[in-house]
Design a protein around this ligand. Structure first.
Ligand code: HEM
Length: 389
């Protein structure tokens, strides 16, 4: 279940803390209950995030050499930084993503999505297939991010490839050949980031001005380019797919009886793009009666925490606005809680409001397929076909 924890396993019975060994024999404690996941996230002293970005398949020396050849270094900056520099780095990133800056992007994004939806609608009317991942969702978050944060001048396709390679390299079960190929891809783009970090303005300039080393600037950009766009494009795709199978919710959206924001929240709860997130135990402790020895890897099952009957009325049903719907932990919690939540919610709200009507009367030709991964869903496509006129 570790590498496909969004599948049927999410509805199966589980102990509150389950011991699971991974593909290389490493033992993880999977935390399955909302209250316990929250307890871990709220206690960064006992459960720091130092292992959050560790490669789940240990890198062989050959892959490490490829990365070293590109001068790849990733010091703790954001999600895996339990050190004293975290609050300041986080504050600089959060300032770039503050609610009024995000809100200012809404009209631009709405116009872009509306235009795309009109063209895709016309294609569906001819009976042609449309891939709502590639043709609608894939690049939107990156385009918005580039308007909020100065980024290296790289083609959208190159950034997407790098980001997906990074998610696979660090979170997927892999063989050595694949690790080498991914290390080359990630290393190449890291070099682009290194050049930009030395001279770039905006966030990069602010981090430099605050006295952070070039490695830290690269680390922050690296994380933002992955976390700040790939997660959301995955979420948009999964949410549209879910909505395709929820005609009553779409009808409610049409009449205004169902609020867009409630649909987004229920989507985050039931279709989170990040299904698990890790912490490491810094000391011996007990979690819900289970002994947690120091050094244990804790896999926090965010996807399941959102379906905990202790917090949600109808855990497995997509019911916008139901009791407990907003209490999901899909953005984490505590000191490292996602700083892009307002942005992700805005993007999803625009896409739901503009694109949900596209789903009326379509046939799903190809649902999203998600490769094995500890943490990220990474849907590859979502193809629908109209009935033709
Ligand atoms: C639906 C989309 C997204 C989801 C589900 C998501 C989820 C998460 C999760 C689970 C964490 C770890 C939280 C923790 O350790 O408690 C996180 C951290 C983070 N996210 Fe997001 N995220 C999304 C979008 C974004 C966006 C759009 C941005 C920025 C543009 C962003 C930037 C970050 C950053 C910088 C952190 C690290 C925060 C820190 O360590 O202080 N995320 N996110």
């Amino acid at each position: 279940m570790l590498f496909s924890s969004w599948g049927s396993a999410v509805q199966a019975p589980w102990p509150d803390v389950a011991e699971v060994s991974d593909h290389v024999g490493v033992r993880h404690l999977v935390v399955t209950r909302h209250a316990l996941v929250r307890q871990v996230l709220a206690d960064p002293v006992t459960y720091p995030p130092d292992n959050a970005l560790d490669a789940v398949t240990p890198m062989p020396v050959t892959a490490l050499r490829v990365l070293a050849g590109h001068r790849f270094r990733l010091p703790p900056t954001l999600a895996n930084n339990s050190g004293a520099s975290h609050p300041e780095i986080r504050a600089i990133v959060a300032a770039a993503l503050r609610p009024e800056r995000v809100a200012a992007q809404r009209p631009w994004l709405t116009a872009l999505v509306r235009d795309r939806v009109a063209r895709l609608g016309a294609r569906l009317d001819t009976g042609a297939p449309v891939d709502l991942y590639a043709d609608l969702a894939a690049d939107l978050p990156l385009l918005v991010l580039a308007r909020l944060v100065e980024l290296p001048d790289a083609p959208v396709g190159a950034v997407k490839e790098f980001a997906r390679a990074a998610l696979e390299l660090f979170w997927a079960p892999l063989d050595t050949d694949r690790q080498l190929a991914l290390a080359a891809e990630v290393g190449r783009f890291h070099r682009v980031l290194r050049d930009f970090a030395a001279t770039g303005g905006g966030l990069a300039g602010e981090l430099r001005a605050a006295g952070h080393s070039p490695d830290v600037v690269v680390g922050a950009l690296f994380f933002l380019l992955v976390a700040g766009q790939e997660t959301t494009s995955q979420f948009l795709t999964l949410l549209l797919h879910r909505l395709a199978g929820e005609p009553a919710v779409r009808a409610g959206l049409r009449t205004g009886e169902v609020a867009v924001a409630d649909v987004v929240e229920e989507g985050l709860r039931l279709e989170p793009p990040i299904v698990t997130w890790r912490r490491v135990a810094a000391a011996d402790s007990t979690l819900g009666g289970t002994a947690v020895p120091a050094g244990s890897s804790l896999v926090l099952w965010l996807g399941r925490a959102g379906r905990d009957p202790a917090v949600v009325e109808s855990p497995d049903e997509f019911r916008p606005g139901q009791r407990g719907s907003r209490r999901h932990l899909s953005f984490g919690a505590g000191a490292h809680r996602c700083v892009g939540d307002v942005l992700a919610r805005m993007e999803a709200a625009v896409v739901v409001a503009e694109a949900a009507p596209l789903l009326d009367g379509v046939t799903v030709v190809r649902p999203p397929w998600c490769p094995d991964n500890l943490t990220f869903r990474m849907p590859d496509a979502f193809v629908v076909r109209g009935t033709g006129s």
